[in-house]
Design a protein around this ligand. Structure first.
Ligand SMILES: Nc1ncnc2c1ncn2[C@@H]1O[C@H](COP(=O)(O)OP(=O)(O)OP(=O)(O)O)[C@@H](O)[C@H]1O
Length: 357
């Protein structure tokens, strides 16, 4: 796996240790290899996401960074200091879980102040700081309520306030928005991103939601079976997926196997092209393919209206299934099933996928 995508650049002459540095990290549970030889550097102030399907090992990596799990092999450094064997409380990180883990019998402000109490801070000071943290997540007005008197989104924000009041260098977030409905989730995504920018804290975010990872992150690690399949910016991951796995997991894509590539593109090897790159025109368009363009005839299998546009499912003469995403302007997708259309796309939009992954 290549680590060529570097973290945000440092000013010349400044050598700063990464917020988190992981080398050769491995974790097994009996016969199960949960995490397999992971190398990773996360920069200070970075919004870093670990993305992958259930069971791909991302939570286990997070738990090892937090100190809740001991690695089977490898080492973890925080700010240049080896913490592989350190207890969770000895690490300058804080974890926000999906289930919030708020104390139901305490008021919101007492929930937020709890960590400061454990640290032995005086009552007045910790109340002030807790209220300040609640202000940051815009919840000072519900400070006296119990968690049960809050909405899901508000509870999530209390959990965040409880974490940021401790001013950790690193915030670990394990599917923190997983329990929220879509609308609230989207709203919280914006708030989370703003909060991270304001505070400058390093965020390590675990999610199985590719859209969430693309929206929020400076960089993303895509996990599969305990390994990082690709590491890069959202744009790199989306536009230059390194394998069929990443191309298929992050967004929808048209995968062309080697035989199909040979037939449509004139070259062997596996390739991918995103649905929004396909342009459709009626079969009456007999113009040959232009320079750097691919042209193929296909039959409309199904057209699905999406509001902002349409998703058109197609099948070529050779039996290859393709998906085209049409904006509501342009081609009139009022085409009937069974109609023949011309599909065009630029060669520059075709990504060659590494073999064997
Ligand atoms: N405490 C444990 N004991 C045994 N196996 C475990 C334990 N924790 C995790 N595993 C296994 O390790 C693998 C990776 O799990 P992990 O929770 O890290 O994946 P994940 O990508 O975070 O999944 P999810 O999104 O479902 O949380 C899975 O096969 C899981 O069953």
């Amino acid at each position: 796996m290549s680590l060529s995508t570097s973290a945000p650049a440092e000013p010349a002459g400044v050598v700063e240790a990464p917020a988190i540095s992981i080398r050769g990290l491995r974790k097994t549970f009996g016969d199960v290899v949960a995490v397999d030889d992971v190398d990773l550097d996360i920069a200070n102030g970075e919004f870093f996401s670990m993305l992958g399907p259930s069971g791909s090992g991302k939570t286990t990596v997070l738990r090892m960074i937090a100190g809740f799990e001991r690695p089977t092999a490898g080492r973890i450094q925080l700010d240049g200091v080896d913490v592989t064997a350190a207890a969770p409380f000895e690490r300058d990180v804080h974890t926000v879980f999906q289930d919030y883990a708020l104390f139901p019998h305490m008021s919101v402000v007492d929930n937020v102040a709890y960590g400061l109490r454990v640290r032995g801070e005086r009552t007045k000071a910790r109340r002030e700081r807790a209220l300040q943290a609640l202000e940051t997540v815009r919840l000072a007005h519900v400070a006296g309520r119990r968690p049960s008197q809050l909405s899901g989104g508000q509870r999530q924000r209390v959990a965040l306030a409880r974490a940021i009041v401790l001013e950790p260098k690193v915030l670990l977030l394990d599917e923190p928005l997983g329990a929220l409905d879509l609308k609230l989730r989207e709203q919280m995504q914006v708030e989370l991103k703003q909060l991270q920018r304001e505070l400058g804290i390093t965020f390590v975010f675990v999610t199985h939601d590719q859209e969430e990872a693309l929206t929020l992150s400076d960089r993303i690690a895509v996990f599969d079976a305990g390994r990082i399949q690709q590491l890069g910016t959202p744009r790199e991951i989306y536009e230059q997926p390194s394998s069929a796995y990443v191309a298929g997991f992050v967004g929808t894509t048209n995968l062309l196997d080697s035989a199909t590539s040979q037939w449509i593109l004139g070259v062997a090897g596996e390739h991918a092209v995103r649905p929004e790159r396909l342009r459709l025109s009626p079969a009456t368009d007999t113009e040959p393919a232009g320079t750097g363009e691919v042209r193929v005839e296909a039959t409309v299998v199904e057209t699905i209206y999406l509001g902002t546009g349409s998703r058109v499912h197609l099948r070529t003469d050779g039996g290859t299934e393709l998906i085209a995403l049409e904006q509501s302007t342009g081609f009139d997708t009022g085409e009937d099933r069974g109609d023949t259309v011309t599909v065009r796309f630029a060669r520059a939009d075709v990504v060659s996928l590494s073999s064997g992954s």
